[in-house]
Design a protein around this ligand. Structure first.
Ligand SMILES: Cc1cc2nc3c(=O)[nH]c(=O)nc-3n(C[C@H](O)[C@H](O)[C@H](O)COP(=O)(O)OP(=O)(O)OC[C@H]3O[C@@H](n4cnc5c(N)ncnc54)[C@H](O)[C@@H]3O)c2cc1C
Length: 355
């Protein structure tokens, strides 16, 4: 199998299709290592990253467990986004405590039961967020998570694009399946990071991406603390200047990206939990690139071995992308296998096994 050579010996160009969170992080890493990189984007026409709230949280509140691979993903994201801030000269990485307001008695009991579990305890903060009762109604109590935060994705993407343009590595335009196979024929590497929207003549039919619609608001809220994020079923993230992101919806089987009334559930929950009045500043909708088992789809094409897929980051791209950039690069440079849980062929193999 072809291996990606050391940067000084690699004559081929690495072409990355899609300048979202996945493509940008990968392109900047390869550029940093000294590879010849070109990245292509059609003007964020189907961008999930430009809509995303950008939050990461090491815990899953459904069952109060550590989220999948969090103990490895969190160190990777800290290292990566701090390095990228220094490279791009702007501030988009915001680690912040997360106030978990228990939406019901069951959630409060679960916290009580699970908070000392060795998987969960490292992410439970013993430091109180003083005065949180002035800001959020919490009849069932609260807990505090640390190791969480949010990434300003539009700022990151805009800075990454400017940096790559300056390095003559960014090209605006639609890429087709024919472009990809042509680049491959001429000996280049191609990594497809195109998110939820399949191309005509999709080269990856066995890696089904299911678009999942989500909506978020930017709210103007006077007097609300900006020192931490809050989750009360829905979430609030402080953006600065009195603005807060509130989200989000999960709408399966909806095929349009228009903001709609389905998002009223967010405003109703904010009204119920936040003790300050607010007004809507902005309302956006987009699709998450999700898969059946909520894990990414990564790996090389069967027929075109220098063509790779790096996609399916669902609702957790901010946490997953930095770790899996290194995982993919390891695979390409050393032939170490792609983890079976994220290999793009796992669905076809499961179908064959009848599971
Ligand atoms: C409402 C909402 C809230 C979210 N909140 C969070 C959150 O809090 N935390 C979190 O981690 N994740 C969140 N997500 C998910 C997150 O957005 C994704 O995990 C992540 O942004 C996916 O990045 P990506 O680069 O794979 O895809 P994208 O960001 O979609 O990037 C793909 C890019 O490729 C371009 N493209 C596609 N086809 C072509 C082509 N043929 N030629 C050229 N360019 C092409 C697209 O226009 C786009 O710019 C949220 C998503 C939504 C919709």
């Amino acid at each position: 199998m072809d291996q990606l050579r050391a940067p000084a010996d690699e004559t081929a160009v690495i072409r990355i299709v899609g300048q979202g969170l996945a493509g940008s992080t990968l392109a900047l890493r390869l550029h940093d290592l000294g590879y010849k990189v070109r990245i292509y984007d059609n003007g964020y026409l189907s961008s999930s990253s430009m809509v995303a709230a950008g939050m990461w949280n090491p815990l899953s509140f459904v069952n109060l467990k550590r989220s999948w691979l969090a103990h490895e993903l969190i160190p990777a994201l800290q290292e990566t986004y701090q390095r990228l801030e220094a490279l791009l000269g702007c501030s988009f990485y915001h680690p912040l405590p997360l106030l978990r307001v228990f939406p019901d008695v069951g959630s409060a009991n679960l916290w009580e039961e699970r908070a000392l579990h060795p998987e969960v305890a490292p992410y439970i903060s013993q430091t109180e967020l003083a005065g949180s009762e002035q800001h959020y109604g919490q009849p069932n109590g609260h807990g505090v998570v640390h190791g969480a935060g949010w990434l300003d994705l539009p700022l990151f993407l805009t800075a990454a694009r400017a940096f790559l343009l300056d390095a003559d590595s960014f090209h605006e335009g639609e890429v087709s399946a024919a472009d990809i196979t042509h680049w491959h024929e001429q000996g280049d590497w191609v990594i497809q990071c195109t998110g939820w929207k399949p191309m005509a003549d999709n080269l990856w039919n066995d890696a089904p991406i299911q678009p999942n619609k989500g909506q978020v608001f930017t709210l103007s809220i006077e007097g609300l603390s900006a020192d931490y994020m809050c989750n009360f079923g829905k979430f609030i993230i402080p953006l600065g200047s009195g603005l807060y992101r509130a989200g989000s919806t999960y709408e399966h089987g909806v095929l349009d990206t228009m903001p709609s009334e389905a998002a009223n559930e967010i405003l109703e929950d904010v009204q119920r939990c936040v003790k300050h009045s607010f007004s809507v500043f902005d309302h956006k909708a987009g699709f998450r690139p999700t898969t059946f088992d909520r894990k990414p789809v990564i790996g090389r094409h069967n027929q075109y071995e220098r063509l790779c897929l790096f996609n399916g980051f669902g609702s957790r791209g901010v946490m997953l992308v930095p770790y899996f950039v290194e995982h993919l690069l390891n695979h390409l440079t050393t032939d170490s296998p792609i983890m079976k849980e994220v290999h793009w062929q796992r669905f076809a193999e499961r179908r064959k096994r009848g599971s």
